[in-house]
Ligand binder design. Structure first.
Ligand SMILES: NC(=O)c1ccc[n+]([C@@H]2O[C@H](COP(=O)([O-])OP(=O)(O)OC[C@H]3O[C@@H](n4cnc5c(N)ncnc54)[C@H](O)[C@@H]3O)[C@@H](O)[C@H]2O)c1
Length: 446
């Protein structure tokens, strides 16, 4: 860039200078060519049939194809490392992964006209259903659904025209591996499902948290690395428009140097009844931990936390945590399951970033438009609407782009998914130990 071309050279389509070629007769725009002939009185000549390649201007197919092959070989991209950090040359899209034997070949044409892969959704519960709807809203065909519950999978398949259903991932793979899959099973089942798919070469989006334990999360990371297959942790808020806008402001340095992050998430009491065995740190605070490491732009090195229960119950309904990051940013995280039963989600979600030059926040508790009718709704809350769209569709669009090679880099690197689980486990552990500090190992895989 900025270098002047040497005289006698012209730029090729790759932008590289090359030797100037003499104009060939018979090509458009040149003397003697079709355009130059236009309007002249010449005896009409019957066009001789040409091979297709030549008719399109590929005059020397053998030599040009060989040169192109050489260029492609020189630009060969490194093998996928699981989190696929993007091509060696930014801006140049990655080549799509090669198709494996037995892989389902059916796909569709997306809004951009590009070929999109057919996907499977594993787990057809509350959030699996949203994945199916979001893929459909993007024009991505969902060709298989996996759920051990026959009634659930039959209902969701019928509602969304999913042609094939299976009770297990093993059955799905035996019928032919899908081009990609969403893992929407409960956290404790993430490891078995994700590892089986990765071992079969299927790129996966694993819902948050990446896994229920650090050991399980490390096993998923190891499988992605061993098999060289994409694994995207499902941290949806990095794809939510207001949260992204705050991130862009932080990255642009508009707040100066980040000093602190504060995050609040209150949910109805229903959650501790529906998920009695999942600690709030791993169930919901993983969203806030992920935002904290994203906005602080540094991993967490130390955690102190407290948890409280309601009388007569052992399940925590309140988690208070303080995190210290490697760059000395402090984060404060507060989650509760204390709201009345039918309170909609997001009514008090708040994240604030404090920097040396300013303070900024995303406050979903005061949405731009709030409709309180039979249902309470606000457009700002549309993270995963029932009919597709929202941040979930943005997340899945990114996933499909990573699978097809049009998205050069990961919004949520796999290592961040593992780190979030590590921090959440440390929060639960510190709270159980009465607030004792817990150090976070910088290398959980060792
Ligand atoms: N990103 C978010 O905001 C968000 C929101 C809700 C849930 N989630 C995540 O999505 C996942 C699913 O949550 P949910 O609320 O849909 O749970 P759910 O209990 O409603 O549904 C889980 C489904 O998985 C099925 N299942 C269980 N084991 C399976 C297996 N081995 N193979 C295939 N199917 C299996 C169950 O039969 C059930 O239908 C969880 O990891 C959860 O944390 C994320």
């Amino acid at each position: 860039m900025g270098q002047r071309d040497a005289p006698g050279t012209q730029r090729s389509r790759t932008g590289r200078p090359g030797p100037r070629r003499a104009a060939r007769p018979g090509r458009g725009g040149r003397p003697g060519g079709a355009a130059a002939d236009h309007g002249r009185l010449r005896p009409a000549r019957r066009a001789r049939p040409q091979p297709v390649r030549q008719a399109r201007g590929h005059r020397r197919p053998g030599r040009r194809a060989a040169a192109l092959r050489r260029v492609r070989r020189r630009r060969a991209l490194p093998r996928d490392r699981g989190d696929r950090p993007g091509p060696a040359h930014p801006g140049r899209p990655r080549r799509p992964a090669r198709r494996r034997r037995g892989e389902q070949r059916r796909g569709g044409v997306g809004v951009s006209g590009a070929r999109v892969p057919a996907v499977a959704v594993v787990g057809a519960g509350a959030f699996g259903l949203r994945h199916v709807a979001a893929y459909r809203s993007l024009g991505v065909p969902v060709t298989a659904l996996v759920d051990p519950d026959p009634a659930t999978r039959a209902r969701v398949a019928a509602e969304h025209d999913v042609p094939r259903t299976f009770a297990t991932v093993a059955e799905l793979l035996a019928a032919g591996a899908p081009a990609a899959a969403s893992v929407c099973v409960p956290g404790p089942a993430h490891r078995a499902v994700a590892v089986a798919l990765l071992a079969a070469g299927v790129p996966v989006l694993v819902e948050k948290p990446l896994a229920a334990t650090v050991g399980d999360a490390a096993a998923i990371v190891a499988a992605a690395r061993t098999h060289g297959v994409l694994c995207q942790p499902g941290h949806i808020l990095r794809h939510s428009a207001p949260h992204r806008a705050l991130y862009d402001a932080v990255r642009a340095g508009r707040l100066g140097q980040v000093l602190a992050v504060s995050s609040r998430r209150d949910r109805p009491r229903t959650l501790s009844r529906l998920f009695p065995h999942e600690h709030p740190a791993l169930l919901t605070a993983v969203h806030d931990i992920d935002l904290a490491i994203w906005y602080a732009q540094a991993p967490v090195v130390e955690v102190r936390a407290a948890a409280r229960t309601r009388p007569g119950s052992a399940s925590p309904v309140l988690v208070w945590a303080e995190l210290r990051h490697a760059n000395d940013v402090v984060s404060s995280i507060r989650n509760s399951y204390l709201l009345p039963e039918h309170t909609p989600n997001h009514t008090s979600d708040l994240v604030e970033v404090y920097g040396t030059d300013g303070v900024a926040h995303v406050d979903l508790g005061h949405p731009t438009l709030l409709v309180q009718a039979e249902r309470t709704e606000a457009p700002d809350w549309l993270l995963s609407p029932l009919d597709g769209g929202g941040a979930l569709a943005a997340e899945l669009r990114h996933f499909i782009g990573r699978v097809t090679g049009t998205e050069p880099s990961a919004v949520v690197p796999l290592a961040d998914g593992l780190h979030v689980v590590q921090v959440a486990a440390a929060v639960a552990d510190s709270a159980a130990a009465g607030g004792a500090p817990r150090r976070i190992s910088p290398d959980p895989l060792s």
